[in-house]
Design a protein around this ligand. Structure first.
Ligand code: ADP
Ligand code: MG
Ligand code: MG
Length: 252
């Protein structure tokens, strides 16, 4: 089973400490949600795990299946089975969506073991159908002229095609109408299983009505300050974050 273990992770940007001791463990079969006010470091956590060069790890560990993630370059992290939607270029002219996906899949495979074109097309067709994507998407240039909703669907298509061990999805719900949200959620739910774990970062509870998390974590001041089950997300939606601050004696 996949396992991501984050231990006392501290991350700085331009010498300013943003993450102040994040602890989190995600196993295969589990979906975790991180919720929290804006500017508390949620995306910084995603970027640091991705290996963004601006984010400097000053302390702590991140292990993927016991291997030191922080020691790997971005490509190695993907090869090891980590997926972050943001690791993919936002727009690439001259590269079609399907060409990009096929090379991303093959980059994760050993030489001589590349996916056959037929198998690739079959899988891509099946997944695009589930995501209610028009066939034309396959041959359009990557993200070029895609609407916000189309980009998000495409991210989930990438997720489904790359079939990672652990996925980190940062604000995949932002800017989606309810129909697109349901489709995106159906894609993530189709990934569920013992060989897949996910961290869903979101500002709103709405997404979690469609992707039921097993664990919900509240993120504030650069770390997880409270954890619980799905009911925690519901309470945050209803009451906001003030009660958490009061309970923990956190001041802004
Ligand atoms: P969240 O995703 O929770 O809204 P972020 O991780 O985006 O929060 O940001 C956390 C803090 O780090 C904010 O104070 C933000 O201004 C700062 N920050 C994030 N990215 C950068 C960056 N590239 N350069 C400088 N500061 C940054
Ligand atoms: Mg933000
Ligand atoms: Mg963010």
């Amino acid at each position: 089973k996949p396992n991501l273990k984050i231990k006392d992770l501290h991350v700085a940007i331009d010498e300013k400490e943003i993450l102040k001791g994040v602890n989190l463990e995600i196993n295969g079969g589990e979906i975790h949600a991180i919720m929290g006010p804006n500017g508390t470091g949620k995306s910084t956590l995603a970027s640091a795990l991705m290996g963004h060069p601006r984010y400097e790890v000053s302390k702590g560990e991140a292990l993927l299946d016991q291997a030191d993630l922080l020691d790997m370059d971005v490509d190695e992290r993907a090869r090891a089975g980590l997926f972050l939607a943001m690791q993919y270029p936002s727009e690439v002219s001259g590269v079609t969506n399907s060409d990009f996906l096929r090379s991303a899949i093959n980059a994760k495979r050993d030489e001589g073991n590349e996916i056959s074109l037929m198998k690739f097309i079959r899988e891509m067709d099946k997944k695009m159908e589930l995501l209610e994507m028009d066939e034309k998407f396959a041959t359009r240039y990557l993200n070029e002229g895609f609407s916000g909703g189309e980009k998000k669907r495409n991210e989930i298509l990438q997720l489904m095609m790359l079939n990672p061990r652990i996925a980190i999805l940062d604000e995949i719900d932002s800017g989606l109408d309810i129909d697109a949200l349901k489709v995106v959620a159906a894609g993530v739910n189709a990934m569920r299983g013992d060989e897949f774990g996910a961290l869903i970062i979101t500002h709103y509870q709405r997404l979690l009505n469609y992707i039921k998390p097993d664990f919900v974590h509240v993120f504030m001041q650069g770390r997880i300050v409270k954890s619980g089950g799905p009911e925690l997300a519901e309470r945050l939606e209803a009451e906001g974050y003030d009660w958490v601050k009061e309970e923990l004696g956190i001041e802004d």
